[in-house]
Design a protein around this ligand. Structure first.
Ligand code: NAP
Ligand code: MG
Length: 518
């Protein structure tokens, strides 16, 4: 196996790639009438109510349907996953699992523009954002496959003792409920799923209700790669019914969740409750929200800070857990940068993302648009509206990029996660005051500091309290392997996806000491 390398992201779309993306759109649309089945205990189930998924850029367009699981079906899925784990999957050769996951990475490359097309049409990502999501899914497969070799194939180093052979094995734990969000509906969903599977666990996957189609396609390619029936159960459905049932089932061994603070805290509480029939302490791997800040020093490179804030605030319409939603300016940097940020926001092309020229697309659904618009109304009372503040074209769920100036630290638009294209800007007198405001947040996911002062950069290194801190770089775009990702405080359990600690969350260490003398 070659050493791990990040999959390059497409930023220049050649005519050939444009044709291939258009072929991807055709492929997705050919299946608009398809109903994707449930996968429970090795069988496909095509009966029952469906979840319909519409294009957020054009809300009249139906993209496809999935069968929705009930609580009863979900229970059967966990029971089946437990049986498959006990009887079969935990005993398989790790290299068998590794090869399936490596093959899955190859299939993601083969079908790359079809996956990109799902991400554009179903999630509303621009082409380059979509390609970044697919590339990250490939990275997770390649990285976790190698990590599994390191943990489960290679011998673990222990201190040698005379007359005794000691060995440590990272063994799988059981059934993992995988509950991903819609905002990285391929990468995060695939990452949590393959981490669990490659290390020998079975999975019940409940995709986000906004993005079940891309998840259903991913499940198909895992099967194409050779994943045996029953290892991965696919149970789309509502968070309250299917999600809750997965979390509360006594045979669920761990929950891998990425999503909002409120839902994550609820899962944390449920995982702490022992239910009848449960003989372990459930693990809760929780990655939650963010209110990520970029702190701009007075002496920093304004040109590059401007470009970084622009990209981190508006990429995927601000719907990234790592998006820059607050920009904090020391002294005169505010007046040098904010008016130019406003000018650049006015130039943004907003519209259906099927058109490669549109940099910003829709937000995910009507509910998200409603929440964002109500925060904008709050912002109008809390700060100075500098640009945006209104909805975009009515065919989809569009919101114009919105900047508020002169925001105060206690403003709701500075404290609460809005998860949309809304940026709060504020002035501070010095770098230390900026850091204090950064850390007044209950979240601690990502952040960035721009400065030319080594002293201030070192201050940030120590005191800017986030799981992923960037110095003189934007706060989005973490790369698997290079920037393991996860946050502090209410941003989650800091499980560092894409890092070398991650598979430990899906395994347990068993030590065997063999006297050999019998
Ligand atoms: P969400 O509303 O919390 O939903 C996440 C997942 O949880 C979905 O699959 C959802 O199902 C499910 N769910 C909802 N209620 C549930 C319940 N009671 N029990 C079990 N599962 C339940 O989050 P989202 O709107 O999809 O995603 C946006 C959030 O994710 C933001 O807060 C963002 O910051 C965060 N995020 C964090 C990271 C990170 O790495 N820290 C990365 C990406 C996103 P339904 O779809 O059916 O409701
Ligand atoms: Mg939600």
């Amino acid at each position: 196996m070659q050493p791990f390398k990040n999959e390059p992201i497409t930023t220049v779309w050649t005519d050939e790639r444009k044709r291939s993306m258009h072929a991807g759109f055709v492929k997705v649309r050919e299946r608009a009438k398809d109903i994707r089945p449930l996968r429970v205990n090795g069988s496909l189930d095509t009966d029952g109510p469906t979840i319909e998924r519409f294009n957020p850029s054009n809300t009249k367009e139906l993209l496809g349907r999935c069968i929705a699981a009930s609580a009863g079906i979900t229970k059967a899925a966990v029971d089946g996953a437990h049986q498959t784990f006990m009887n079969f999957w935990r005993k398989t050769d790790p290299m068998f699992r590794v090869r399936i996951v490596l093959r899955t990475a190859q299939l993601l490359r083969k079908y790359r523009d079809e996956f990109n097309a799902y991400l554009v049409l179903e999630a509303g990502k621009s082409w380059t954002e979509a390609d970044g999501d697919t590339a990250e899914a490939i990275d997770f497969c390649e990285f976790y496959a190698r990590e599994d070799v390191r943990l489960q194939v290679e011998k673990q180093p222990l201190t040698e003792l005379p007359d005794e052979e000691n060995e440590l094995y990272y063994i799988p734990i059981g059934v993992v409920a995988v509950i991903p969000p819609w905002n990285f509906p391929l990468a995060i969903m695939a990452g949590m799923t393959v981490a669990a599977i490659v290390s020998g666990n079975t999975v019940c996957l409940k995709p986000a209700s906004n993005t079940p189609l891309v998840a259903a396609r991913f499940v198909e390619i895992l099967e194409e790669a050779g994943l045996p029936p029953g290892v991965l159960n696919f149970v789309p459905g509502s968070g309250s019914e299917v999600g809750n049932t997965l979390v509360q089932h006594p045979l669920t061994r761990a929950v891998a969740f990425t999503g909002s603070k409120g839902v994550g805290l609820g899962i944390s509480e449920w995982c702490g409750k022992v239910v009848p029939g449960q003989i372990w302490i459930k693990r809760a791997i929780l990655e939650m929200g963010g209110k990520d800040a970029m702190l701009i020093d007075e002496n920093s490179d304004y040109e590059s800070a401007l470009a970084a804030i622009h990209s981190a605030a508006w990429g995927f319409q601000g719907q990234k857990c790592s998006a820059c939603s607050r920009a904090i300016f020391v002294g005169k940097s505010y007046d040098a940068i904010v008016p130019r940020l406003v000018e650049r926001a006015k130039q943004i092309k907003l519209g259906p993302v099927e058109d490669v020229e549109n940099f910003m697309g829709p937000v995910i659904d009507a509910k998200a648009k409603g929440t964002i618009m109500s925060y904008i109304e709050i912002g109008k009372k809390e700060g100075k509206l500098l640009v945006g503040g209104e909805a975009g074209p009515a065919d989809g769920h569009f919101v114009k990029p919105t900047i508020f100036g002169e925001v105060q630290p206690d403003a709701r638009i500075h404290c609460e996660e809005i998860f949309g294209p809304v940026l709060a800007c504020m002035r501070v007198k010095d770098f230390q005051q900026g850091l204090d405001i950064v850390n007044s947040s209950e979240y601690g996911l990502t952040g960035a500091a721009y400065s030319r002062s080594r002293e201030n950069l070192e201050l940030a290194r120590r005191d800017f309290h986030v799981g992923n801190l960037y110095l003189n770089r934007k706060c989005t775009g973490a790369l698997v392997g290079a920037q393991p990702f996860g946050g502090f405080n209410m941003s989650g359990t800091d499980s560092k996806a894409g890092g070398r600690d991650y598979l430990l969350l899906f395994t347990q260490a068993k030590v065997v000491s063999d006297k050999l003398d019998y």
